[in-house]
Design a protein around this ligand. Structure first.
Ligand SMILES: C[S@@+](CC[C@H](N)C(=O)[O-])C[C@H]1O[C@@H](n2cnc3c(N)ncnc32)[C@H](O)[C@@H]1O
Length: 419
């Protein structure tokens, strides 16, 4: 276990504070499993609505403020900002994340949503599907033919809806039942195959129940916040496609833990966002180098690799990790994060604040203090580190535990101010 008060390696007069009770419970999406709209899709890598609310208050944001989230994921920052009357803009490289963020934060015409539901309730009118999914192996492992055909029958009907808002709403309803209708589960960094033996007869009622619940959520919540500006777009965090200036950034980048979002959300991507495996792979290669298949995309002029990093990478190499590309991944991750943090700094107004949630990681028993290294990298871009708040400790994997004993890594919130 790491000690309670930590002297920051790069700035000995800054003490990293343990804030387990204040922030620990807010880091996980489990807190929102029953929160309407926030729970429209199981996005395992989200933090909670309450974390965003707490940071909005700490950063003293108002209805005139604009918040940026360059890794918007499940859209939690954008939705919470909307709920608390703050304008926001999100970006993500995964088209599914951009879609999810937009669908969760739109205002809907309830009458139109309900009218459309009636056409789905008369199940008999839906013809057999004539569409196919891209030929990608995971689909055959995930669904038996009958279940797949039933899902495609629904997809075909949804795709033919002209009104984009309504179509997207119904598409999300379908995408959000894929995991439970499949023989897969989102386990840590990948899709694990499990045997669920779902019957094709379950697909339609599950979809209808989902849509009814979503409409109920819209009736009770969504249109209360109609004046707030919010949108999500596809963009790379290392080269953000906006010239706008923001009052704050509230975000959480991928952690350098080898999780590959194009695989974890592979079913969703294959159902609606790519036409071939080559297209899916291209997105995979272009994601941040937090997993071994991502590739270098941009040069990082001005980045000074923190000396500690070389020491740690040598230790990881000496420890002999099971994938030889891990040391290169760790190195690439911090270079990509330099580029991403530089973009955040450039888009921030003077005195603007950043709250960035990140976890330390362990490879071959070597602890990589990601929070501290990122804080140092932030200083290189012109930011001032105000604090590193330790929110919780996460256990190492059972495999690692056998080899290196229980050795949890901390998950923290790095707070910077723009000078
Ligand atoms: C930890 S998740 C963000 C979760 C989000 N804070 C939430 O509460 O739902 C990280 C996100 O970064 C995205 N990502 C990975 N590489 C990226 C890149 N180069 N540019 C933008 N987004 C990227 C992933 O697709 C993923 O959605």
């Amino acid at each position: 276990m790491e000690a309670k008060a930590h002297i920051w390696i790069y700035m000995p007069d800054l003490t990293i504070k343990e804030k387990l009770e204040d922030f620990g419970p807010l880091i996980s999406p489990r807190r929102d499993k029953d929160t309407p709209i926030y729970n429209w899709h199981s996005f395992k890598h989200s933090y909670s609505r309450d974390l965003v609310e707490k940071l909005i208050n700490e950063f003293e944001l108002s209805s005139h403020s604009w918040v940026l989230d360059p890794f918007c994921g499940g859209g939690t920052t954008l939705l919470a900002c909307k709920e608390f009357g703050i304008n926001s803009m999100g970006f993500d490289i995964l088209p599914f994340s951009v879609f999810l963020s937009n669908v969760k934060t739109r205002n809907y015409d309830v009458r139109k949503l309900k009218q459309r539901l009636k056409t789905f309730e008369s199940n008999g009118k839906i013809s057999p599907s004539t569409i196919e999914l891209p030929d990608i192996e995971i689909i055959n492992k995930a669904f038996n033919n009958e279940v797949k055909n039933e899902l495609l029958r629904l997809k075909q009907k949804i795709d033919s809806i002209n009104d984009r808002n309504i179509r997207d709403f119904y598409s999300l309803g379908l995408l959000s039942i894929l995991e439970s209708m499949s023989n897969t589960t989102k386990a840590g960094g990948f899709l694990r195959i499990v045997q669920r033996d779902v019957s094709a007869d379950e697909v339609y009622p599950t979809f209808l129940a989902r849509i009814r619940q979503m409409i109920e959520d819209v009736v009770s919540l969504n249109n209360n916040f109609s004046n707030v500006k919010v949108c999500a777009r596809t963009s790379d965090s290392r080269k953000l496609s906006t010239k706008k200036k923001f009052d704050a950034v509230i975000t959480s980048p991928p952690y350098p833990n080898r999780h590959d979002y194009t695989r974890i959300y592979g079913l969703e991507m294959i159902f609606n966002f790519v036409e071939s495996n080559a297209e899916l792979k291209e997105i995979r290669y272009n994601t941040l180098r937090s997993h071994v298949e991502a590739r270098k995309r941009f040069n990082s002029n001005g980045y000074k690799k923190p000396p500690l990093l070389d020491e740690l990478i040598t230790k990881v190499k000496d420890a002999g990790v099971n994938n030889p590309r891990v040391p290169e991944m760790i190195e690439g991750y911090f270079e990509d994060m330099y580029l991403s943090i530089s973009q955040m700094q450039k888009r921030l107004k003077p005195d603007g604040k950043i709250g960035l949630v990140v976890s330390n990681v362990r490879f071959g028993g070597v602890n990589i203090p990601v929070d501290e290294i990122l804080a140092e990298i932030g200083e290189q871009t012109g930011l001032t580190t105000e604090n590193i708040l330790i929110a919780r400790y996460r256990g190492n994997s059972s495999q690692q535990m056998k080899k290196y004993e229980r050795n949890p890594s901390r998950e923290s919130i790095v707070i910077w101010k723009n000078s």
